[in-house]
Design a protein around this ligand. Structure first.
Ligand code: PLP
Length: 367
């Protein structure tokens, strides 16, 4: 494990990021209004792990448990499906020439006018499931691009909910390029990442994620530390933005990445987005070599530290957590894995003590 204190904390990399302007501040409310119309939506648990916190020598450990979110198995359920809902709403309003309310989105009237909408994304698994689930609910077509590294179990689940699965390339970035190319002629790209020239649909995905942080902020007092695992950085930035808004600068935000794909850390070091170099990681959903530029700009300003962990460290934590009855994957438990990997030097570097209260997110169950 390696720790890098963020030298850009407070200043960032100088860009005027949408999140930094406060766009994400109040969005949890409209997302929740939309979610209220969804029969499978329910708040997820915030676990209080006293045994584990004792073993780890900290005062308290709170885990936001996203393993059952909307029956899709990860927090990603909140983002892609919400972005599809917003796309359906916008198209229906344009075609019907009037406002369309959340409760109407699944009506036959709306389905009849938006039926030819085609949503497309690349995914390491969970984002695709969310987009596909949204497409099924609203009666539109979904094509999900998966690289060869995504387990077939995800492909089967995607087909099971009516999506077309396209295998493209060997790594996530190749599937992303294929999805982007297909979207130019065939449909609307709903990515969970951003890059120059592509921000809006992805920001809507991030708006969906703010709900998990809003639920946390309502359920507990500010912790001393927040450990957030990151792939492109969408979850970490949406959660950090919402919790900074609720709790201010006090909690120390620690972003955790696989050492094989430390694109946010590399971006902070370089002062702008760069492509990380590394082998394939066992933290599959975090194995993104290019950051979301919006997430990078936000986290460069708001994260206190960036931490990288190895595949071996992630695996060891997953095994220990399973013994404690918390089944997850190396991606889902990466935030916890960083905490569990800390020795004395790392605890000192991160300011962890017997008084610390650590919050983290278990972002998916065992795969
Ligand atoms: C389970 C899980 N955890 C964490 C992440 C990382 O999220 P992000 O790519 O928004 O940083 C993902 C991304 O797919 C995921 O599926």
């Amino acid at each position: 494990m390696k720790i890098y204190d963020n030298p850009l904390r407070g200043s960032g990399i100088g860009a005027d990021v949408p999140m930094a302007r406060g766009v994400l501040r109040t969005v949890a409310r409209p997302v929740r209004t939309m979610l209220a119309a969804c029969p499978v939506h329910a708040e997820t648990p915030l676990l209080d792990q006293t045994d584990l916190s004792g073993m780890l020598g900290i005062g308290a450990l709170r885990i936001k448990d996203e393993r059952q979110r909307m029956g899709l198995g990860s927090f990603k359920a909140l983002g892609g499906a919400y972005a599809v809902a917003c796309a359906v709403k916008a198209r229906a309003e344009a075609l019907l020439g009037r406002a369309v309310y959340a409760e109407e989105l699944t009506s036959d009237n709306v389905k009849a006018v938006v039926g030819n909408l085609h949503v497309i994304c690349a995914s390491a698994g969970n984002h695709g499931l969310s987009v596909a689930a949204g497409a099924r609910v609203f009666g539109v077509k979904a094509s999900i691009y998966l690289s060869g590294s995504v387990p077939e179990a995800f492909a089967e689940r995607l087909r099971g909910i009516g999506a077309t699965v396209v295998r493209a390339g060997e790594i996530y970035e190749e599937s992303m390029a294929a999805a982007e190319a297909a979207s130019r002629d065939e449909g609307m790209l709903i990515s969970d990442s951003t890059w120059p020239g592509y921000v809006d649909p992805a920001l809507v995905v991030l708006e969906g994620y703010t709900v998990l942080a809003a639920e946390i902020a309502e359920a507990m007092d500010p912790p001393s530390h927040i450990f957030l695992q990151a792939g492109v950085g969408g979850m970490a930035s949406a959660v950090a933005a919402t919790l900074r808004d609720a709790w201010g600068a006090g909690p120390k935000i620690v972003v955790v990445e696989p050492d094989a794909a430390a694109c946010l850390l590399d971006g902070v070091k370089a002062g702008g987005p760069v492509t990380a170099v590394g082998p394939v990681s066992n933290m599959g959903r975090l194995d993104c070599k290019d950051p979301s530029h919006v997430a990078l700009e936000y986290l460069a300003r708001e994260a206190d530290a960036f931490v990288t962990i190895s595949d071996v460290e992630a695996d060891a934590a997953v095994a220990r957590l399973a013994e404690a009855g918390l089944e997850s994957s190396p991606s889902g438990a990466a935030g916890l894995a960083a905490l569990m990997t800390c020795g004395e030097a790392e605890r000192a570097a991160l300011g962890l003590s017997a008084e610390s209260c650590v919050l983290t997110v278990m972002s998916e169950g065992a795969v």
